[in-house]
Design a protein around this ligand. Structure first.
Ligand code: NI
Ligand code: MN
Length: 226
């Protein structure tokens, strides 16, 4: 399986032949200028919450690709008003089997509102389970004891965690999150895009390795085997 990074919390993971695109925010990300948004393929688009740095390009990519958008109820209703037709609405605690595997929506401790200020419902994270791998994408969240529930129900091969601090948990809490979900492999996202979330890569990587967790801080445009 491959993970391709598009900056902030936007990335693609292929499950079998299906391309899953997460939290599309590319065209307004200064650091992601090299990415040609029109070349991004998506069969599914998963959106963790309504903040602009997770949804800004969702409408255009959804309309161009016809991808099915997986998101909470309120985000789905907002997308419908923007003319997006292929939407699967879920909410915290719910799971559903799709062609590529099962998605479960889990708690994220964060706020959510849509780009026009309307109510965005609860922010969520996703657990993706398939015959190949179980992956936890935390979305934007604080560290929460709820993450222990994930390890009780799933054997997580990889967790994708925000590490930028200020708006989400920082790297120290992200290490605790990886420990709670009992995985040794993590990818960091939600860093460097804005001044408040700029991180010292070496310091963050060292802290993870001191705690025996293999962390990748992907470069924008980079594809890594997972
Ligand atoms: Ni957010
Ligand atoms: Mn965010």
């Amino acid at each position: 399986m491959q993970f391709t990074y598009y900056g902030q919390s936007c990335f693609n993971i292929n499950f079998k032949t299906y391309n899953l695109l997460f939290d599309p925010f590319i065209s307004k990300n200064e650091l992601a200028k090299e990415i040609d948004i029109d070349k991004i393929e998506a069969d599914y688009i998963l959106i963790s919450h309504g903040h602009f740095d997770h949804i800004d390009d969702a409408v255009s990519i959804a309309k161009r690709t016809g991808a099915k958008v997986i998101c909470n109820f309120e985000v789905g209703s907002w997308l419908e008003k923007q003319g997006v037709e292929n939407i699967h609405q879920m909410n915290t605690g719910g799971k559903w089997k799709f062609e590529f595997g099962t998605v479960k929506c889990v708690n994220a401790i964060h706020s959510s509102s849509m780009p026009d200020g309307t109510y965005g419902g609860s922010a969520i994270g996703f657990i993706l389970s398939s015959d190949e791998k179980n992956i936890y994408y935390a979305g934007d969240t604080a560290l929460t004891m709820d993450m222990q529930l994930i390890a009780m129900q799933y054997s997580i091969d990889l967790c994708i965690l925000p590490v930028g601090d200020n708006f989400t948990m920082g790297y120290e809490d992200a290490v605790e999150a990886a420990k709670m979900v009992k995985t040794k492999k993590a990818i960091g996202v939600h860093f460097d895009t804005f001044g408040f979330i700029k991180i010292d890569h070496q310091k963050v990587k060292s802290y993870f390795s001191e705690n025996n967790i293999d962390l990748t801080l992907p470069k924008i445009g980079e594809t890594i085997e997972i």
